[in-house]
Design a protein around this ligand. Structure first.
Ligand SMILES: Cc1ncc(C[n+]2csc(CCOP(=O)(O)OP(=O)(O)O)c2C)c(N)n1
Ligand code: SF4
Ligand SMILES: [Mg+2]
Length: 347
């Protein structure tokens, strides 16, 4: 009698979950939209890093990009904020509960146009959160008008040419105080996955601008955010590698050519030099490199800046670890005597 073939049990991560536990709803975005590839990488990164789904808070604003959190990690919490106002909601969540992991997904319009005021203030606080911009250079949801990240000379399908200089969200984030700043391309599976895993291991503000082509309104000849343009112009500043804290792998590498950055949770981010000599811990160097790339019309990708030691907003506020919402009244309510003393001092 022949043995009945058995289906192999799905692989589990180090907290015992399968990749299915990290999936979301079926996407309603256009087939081929770069945003879908980013959702897939988020699922892979959360699975590989063993993120507890119920410990994750997904936040977004308005746009096709801001719909994406519905398409990954269904078991997480979610908040879809008003257009460009995700940072203030995220700040509130972070302050109310330091134990959750925050993942914000925004668009170039949601961030660099209507949301720029909130974005710049978020970047200067080093609040622990991951902020992803799904950057297609247009307002996809409202049918493809230029956004503030569109390059000078970029052409819409209608022939309209963009004359205004773009806002470089990475340069802004580095200058203002974000402590892990990177750019990637939705079509570069390996680099994006590695960056997302490093982002999960970091404590502080992570800002990743992911060029994510809009196949419906901005993937034609003349666009600088199309799949073809990125394939021809994507220039990594280094090769990124990542060893999570729970995988004690000793990989030999040449310290002269690979810089190693120890992340907050003990993981290791490895940055291997390519043609250019790039130091991701040098803030001024990062700004100069981004400015030079801008002058030359290059699309650089990789880690521009990382500082795993910088104090976070919570450290500066000396906030208790215990979620504020769970503190008992005896702790949050001043005593009669304390109130009397305050009143006495005001006389
Ligand atoms: C207050 C407000 N103003 C304008 C709009 C219209 N609107 C919806 S999405 C959007 C732009 C979205 O662009 P982006 O953030 O780049 O997302 P994408 O769709 O390209 O992913 C705009 C202007 C709105 N919903 N609310
Ligand atoms: S319109 Fe563009 S951004 Fe929106 S889902 Fe379609 S391809 Fe993606
Ligand atoms: Mg957009």
């Amino acid at each position: 009698m022949s043995a009945t073939p058995t289906t192999p049990a799905p692989k589990t991560n180090h907290i015992g979950l399968t990749v299915i536990d990290y999936r979301g709803n079926k996407t309603t975005l256009c087939a081929g939209c770069g945003h879908n590839a980013i959702s897939e990488r988020i699922i892979d990164a959360a699975y590989e890093m063993g993120v507890q789904p119920e410990n994750l808070v997904k936040l977004s604003g308005i746009g096709c990009s801001s719909k994406s959190p519905a398409y990954f990690v269904n078991r997480a919490h979610g908040f879809n904020a008003v257009h460009g106002r995700m940072p203030s909601v995220a700040s509130g969540v972070a302050l109310a509960n330091q134990r959750v992991m925050l993942l914000g997904v925004s668009g170039d319009g949601d961030t660099a146009s209507i949301g720029i005021g909130q974005f710049v203030h978020l970047m200067r606080r080093n609040l622990p959160l991951i902020y992803i911009i799904e950057d297609n250079g247009v307002y996809g949801l409202t049918k493809g008008q230029f956004s503030a990240t569109a390059d000078v000379g970029a052409k819409l399908k209608t022939g309209v040419i963009n004359d205004l200089p773009p806002i470089d969200t990475c340069a802004l984030a580095v200058q203002l105080g974000a402590t892990l700043v990177a750019r990637s391309f939705s079509g570069d599976k390996r680099q994006l996955l590695t960056l997302l895993k490093a982002a999960i291991a970091h404590r502080g503000t992570v800002m990743i601008d992911v060029v994510s082509p809009c196949v419906t309104f901005n993937d034609h000849e003349g666009s600088t955010k199309s799949y073809k343009y990125l394939k021809d112009h994507d220039e990594p500043v280094q090769e990124v590698g990542f060893v999570p804290s729970f995988e004690h792998i000793d990989i030999d590498y040449d310290p002269g050519t690979t810089a190693s950055v120890r992340m907050y949770d003990g993981s290791e981010l490895r940055l291997r030099k390519l043609d250019r000599d790039y130091d991701a811990t040098d803030k001024v160097g990062a700004l100069t490199t981004l400015a030079e790339a801008h002058e030359k019309g290059e699309t650089l990708t990789g880690v521009f800046y990382v500082d795993p030691q910088a104090p976070t907003f919570m450290d500066l506020l000396r906030l208790t670890d215990e979620p504020l919402a769970r503190l008992p009244e005896s702790v949050v309510r001043p005593t009669r005597q304390a109130l009397d003393e305050i009143m006495e001092n005001l006389r």
